[in-house]
Write a protein that binds this ligand. Structure first.
Ligand code: SF4
Length: 486
């Protein structure tokens, strides 16, 4: 029987990564490379759609990009010099192939392929209305709502129909769309999820993160701006801003955990921001200790920052195996508790007799922290202090990130004292929300219009949550929401 590794089950999880290439022979091969670099954003399914000037070609599969898109026959069948792709993570029951993107439909204007990172927070209501009007849905993905809205729009041109559709949706969307007329990349008006544009000679590339540009040798040009549509048509690029401007609110958690540290987001190195968060954490929450130990891999940059600021030596006190996937064979009862050590193990000689300050990016359910603290104690640590490089995660995300329902978030149930007892640490402390903004080079959050979405820490959601408001409080709707996450 397969079981989920508790270390992997105790993180917020970005649900999608998207990548598009326009104007390159064999575009699908480049998309496959880009998706490899975005694999951390979604590991349960992947898909690529290409267009050869006449026909669209699609291959979608469950599992990693490697194993599905490193096969010659698959890539060779995806003809054309325009292609886009998608990696996704989904919750149990949502792994059906019909939900794997890019989604594709034949509209009156021709083929329409769409890859989406985010989550539409009024999709259930729109879907209900569309079904009443006769729409037949092929998937349970929120993204399909956009296709139906484009198909039924009263506007004449495809671009106008697409804009009309976007004006009806709420929530988070970074999209790459392919039509016979060209490729469209766009972000919702708040720019909640990232999307960047790159260039390689005459080829235009779009990606969720700059690491995916690096892997195909494309230069970063700029971010697609919040509320912007970038249209690539026959080598020509045009920019459109059809929405009333609002203050952008990109997801602050991209800096804390989701994005790869070698990515640049909004002109900031994610690695540098994480180190700055660690340094700020050391200023706000100092502790007497002998070693700073990161919970690998995501805690490493913040731990370097904490160590540099505090002067406490940085050591790799926990070693992570890179050969363990999200699931492994469930062992018998006797050895079940050993399963956690498949992925992380204490560097015993280093830890023994030492006062250790552990650095992790976040606490979600708290199960990982409990195991890690236990692991340090078993390795002979004299004291175990935990410092977290984000404020307490007290609220669920409705913008394309897999979070447990609020009742399962440790910080929603317990205060910091209660959390400290739960994980059996000698002390536990979090960076403040103002400290997080400071690490990003911003003023105190309280003094500005918040420049980021930080709703999982503050509960201040930057959009209406129509589906949740209509159907009850967000957490009661959790199961329903996850029926249609894309
Ligand atoms: S709620 Fe949290 S994880 Fe979700 S978009 Fe906002 S900051 Fe990011």
């Amino acid at each position: 029987m397969l079981t989920t590794n508790p270390f992997d089950d105790d993180k917020l999880r970005e649900e999608c990564g998207i990548f598009g290439v326009s104007g390159m022979d064999g575009a699908a091969a480049a998309v496959a490379l880009g998706l490899h670099a975005l694999q951390h954003r979604g590991q349960e399914a992947a898909g690529i759609t290409s267009f050869d000037g006449h026909q669209f070609h699609t291959h979608r599969a469950m599992g990693h990009v490697a194993g599905n898109f490193d096969r010659d026959e698959v890539i060779r069948a995806l003809h054309g010099n325009v292609a886009c792709g998608h990696v996704r993570y989904s919750t149990t029951g949502e792994t059906a192939l019909r939900n794997v993107q890019p989604l594709y439909a034949e509209l009156a204007s021709g083929g329409f392929a769409i890859a989406h990172n985010g989550n539409i927070s009024n999709a259930m209501r729109l879907r209900r209305d569309l079904i009443r009007r006769g729409a037949i849905f092929q998937s349970t993905s929120d993204t399909e709502v956009i296709i139906h809205l484009v198909a039924t729009s009263q506007f004449r041109t495809l671009i106008d129909r697409f804009i009309d559709a976007l004006k009806q949706v709420e929530g988070a969307y970074s999209l790459i769309v392919m039509t016979p007329e060209g490729m469209i990349a766009c972000r919702d008006p708040l720019g909640i999820r990232p999307l960047v544009m790159g260039k390689l000679d005459d080829t235009i590339v779009f990606a969720s993160e700059t690491v995916a540009l690096d892997v195909v040798g494309a230069d970063y040009v700029r971010d697609v701006e919040p509320g912007e549509l970038v249209i690539v048509k026959g080598g020509e690029i045009s920019s459109h801003k059809p929405f009333a401007p609002v203050g952008p609110r990109p997801c602050i958690f991209e800096y804390v955990y989701f994005s790869r540290p070698d990515s640049i987001s909004n002109d900031r190195s994610v690695y540098s921001v994480r180190k700055a968060i660690g340094a700020q954490l050391a200023i706000e929450m100092p502790v007497e200790a002998d070693l700073v130990v990161p919970v690998p891999d995501s805690g490493v940059p913040a731990a370097i920052g904490y160590a540099q600021q505090s002067g406490i030596p940085f050591e790799l006190g926990i070693i992570r195996s890179h050969y363990v996937g999200r699931t492994f064979i469930q062992p018998g009862d006797k050895v079940r508790h050993l399963g956690v050590k498949l992925k992380h193990n204490a560097n015993r000689e280093l830890i023994k007799g030492k006062r250790v300050v552990l650095i992790d990016d976040s606490i979600v359910r708290g199960t990982t922290s409990l195991k890690i603290v236990q692991m340090m104690r078993e390795a002979g640590a004299a004291e175990v202090h935990m410092r977290i490089a984000s404020p307490p995660t007290r609220h669920s995300c409705f913008y394309g990130v897999d979070t447990p329902e609020r009742a399962k978030l440790l910080a929603a149930k317990l205060d910091v004292g209660g959390m400290t007892d739960f994980i059996h640490a000698d002390s536990l402390a979090f960076i403040s929300i103002d400290g997080l903004y400071k690490a990003l080079g911003e003023a105190h959050r309280a003094d500005i219009h918040p420049k980021y979405c930080d709703a999982c820490f503050t509960g201040e959601y930057p959009t209406t949550l129509t589906d949740q408001d209509e159907n009850g409080p967000p957490d009661d709707q959790f199961a329903l929401l996850h029926e249609r996450v894309g």
